[in-house]
Design a binder for this molecule. Sequence first.
Ligand SMILES: NC(=O)c1ccc[n+]([C@@H]2O[C@H](COP(=O)([O-])OP(=O)(O)OC[C@H]3O[C@@H](n4cnc5c(N)ncnc54)[C@H](OP(=O)(O)O)[C@@H]3O)[C@@H](O)[C@H]2O)c1
Length: 377
Amino acid sequence: MRTVTVLGSTGSIGTQALDVARRRGWRVAALAAGRNAELLLEQAHAFRPATVACAPEVADRLRGALPAGTELVPGDEGTDRVAATACDAVIAAVPGIAGLRPIRVALREGRRVALATKEAMVAAGPLVRETARAHGGVLVPIDSEHAGVDQLLLGEDRDTVEAIVLTASGGPFRKGPADLATVRPEQALAHPTWSMGRKVTIDSATLFNKGLEVLEAHQLFDLPLDRIEVVVHPQSLVHALIRFRDGNLKAHVGPHDMRLPILWGVEDAGRPSLGLEPLPLHGSWTFEPPDRARFPALDLAYRAGRDGGTAPTVLNAADEVAVDAFLEGRLPFPGIADAIADALDRIPPRPLSWDAIEAADAEARRLVAERTARSVP
Ligand SMILES: NC(=O)c1ccc[n+]([C@@H]2O[C@H](COP(=O)([O-])OP(=O)(O)OC[C@H]3O[C@@H](n4cnc5c(N)ncnc54)[C@H](OP(=O)(O)O)[C@@H]3O)[C@@H](O)[C@H]2O)c1
């Protein structure tokens, strides 16, 4: 029986992780969430963790209502406590740069981290890998594409790998409208294949999410950026491919169900069954190149990766603030990529360190907040 902790337990990944926990009989040692006190309470009663963490402003709703034996620790201190709790795997699913600190805590404790928070590898990949190496921590990706690559690489000689190909659904605007300035948040939130949190759903609509995944793959699999390709595959059944130097390709295929990569992240041996319906093999699977002109956020990610140092941190922070502005109606859809490009132009990359990441993150947020405060959709 495995013991897990979940960072971001009330979110899309977190709730699916707990569904896998229920199906597999994993024990849940600790849970961290943000403001959704009702769901966290429900989860605490169902799984009886020793510790739960929540945003300080909802702590009063949980006090006195938790099961006996469950301790409440609000705020960052609580999230860090959850990340440090002894377990077989920490499922890391707090989105954005906020997810980085608890991942660092877990790796310092030598934990296995089942990594959904792609922003951690994007902003701090070399430092995260170094922390894992120094403390015996292990990183296993549970982003579906990266979990696919992880499985494709099993038994392969890394020197034979020419390129990694990540698939993208293309998002809700693959076929239109021609003028993306007209799209509204509710249209951008209607993802054609995946049901996910709001930030990652908007990032899928701009293709920024694929850009983050390119940078994540670059860090996780140690392959140069020009050998990480993106292809649009609207059916989202092929998650990733490997192109070998002899010309052969190997593809990872699976249902679009995040519970499978989550299972892989925690139990990568034995391929246990979750009792899911088998994927029917009929219908057509199509592939097309991404439209890089309509979706410039993809190439901005490559640019930030090539600029190196703190540029990916700036890229990520600029997007987080710009996505919020778009969701709140203060920025038109194409303004998200414009804001990212402007931040990359104006904030020079600095050599990577934990302090430099913090400073670059704050600078980019300030810059985009000022810009979007003025913007009118
Ligand atoms: N969803 C997917 O299918 C998918 C696929 C691949 C990768 N990912 C990645 O996985 C991560 C999570 O995505 P998601 O879609 O699950 O996001 P989500 O649905 O928005 O959930 C986010 C979770 O994190 C919690 N949270 C937010 N800020 C926090 C903080 N400062 N401290 C502690 N908990 C905090 C939220 O709590 P409250 O809701 O209680 O406030 C919620 O439990 C992202 O990095 C995303 O890119 C997601």
